[in-house]
Design a protein around this ligand. Sequence first.
Ligand code: NDP
Length: 232
Amino acid sequence: MKNATHKTAVVTGASRGIGAAVARRLATGGFNIVVNYAGSADAAKSVVQDIAAAGGSAIAVQADVSDAAAVRQMFKTAEAEFGGVDVLINNAGIMKLALIADSDDALFDSIVAVNLKGAFNTVREAANRLRDGGTIVNFSTSVVGLNLETYGIYAGIKAAIETMTSILAKELRGRSITVNAVAPGPTATDLFLDGKSQEAVDRMAKTSPLERLGTPEDIANVVAFLAGPHAR
Ligand code: NDP
């Protein structure tokens, strides 16, 4: 068992994008990290290697978050390796955009499976297993406020996540566990960039007062604050 005296964070979808940045950032803060991934084993391994090279402690654990049994096994693996789990960063997600009128059942079901059932599977496990004093951070999106066309299914589910976040915070009363959601704006990852023209990317970047896309590190710093001692 490695670093059993350190706190441990499970970061879902940590092989790439925002999750990988969160994993690296929390590791620098002394957390043992579970680098969860679905398909990108090599990318997850390289995040683990980066953390180890910087003096941290991490393991990669494959689990499709839409599979409740796999999520349960991931938490068991984390507990066996590190002695317990303190933090869940519920970051794994996919984005598929379409007008509601054009969305078929398969599109709807695929987004619900990962972004809603996956988030539910992981927060349910965390609610039952996190040590007292822990933290859960869920992921919403700025589109919940912007209400952009073609984001109907994706942002509708993220709105549900925000509501679930507030209710879970109340349900965990008495255990000193905080539950929050972050709602990034356009952030330079595959999820945002894939399938967009440079013109569309530039236009969306300009909507921010900083006139640039967010970076995964921007979001990771906010998550690190929420997971740390100053965000109680
Ligand atoms: P990326 O596409 O860059 O990375 C997604 C990550 O999620 C990958 O590590 C991927 O792992 C993992 N993942 C996907 N499906 C599953 C699954 N079924 N089980 C486990 N892991 C899975 O996305 P981002 O980093 O951009 O997004 C992270 C979060 O931030 C998402 O919840 C997204 O909705 C939210 N967000 C992103 C914004 C943006 O502009 N980028 C804006 C607002 C919110 P693998 O490669 O192994 O499949």
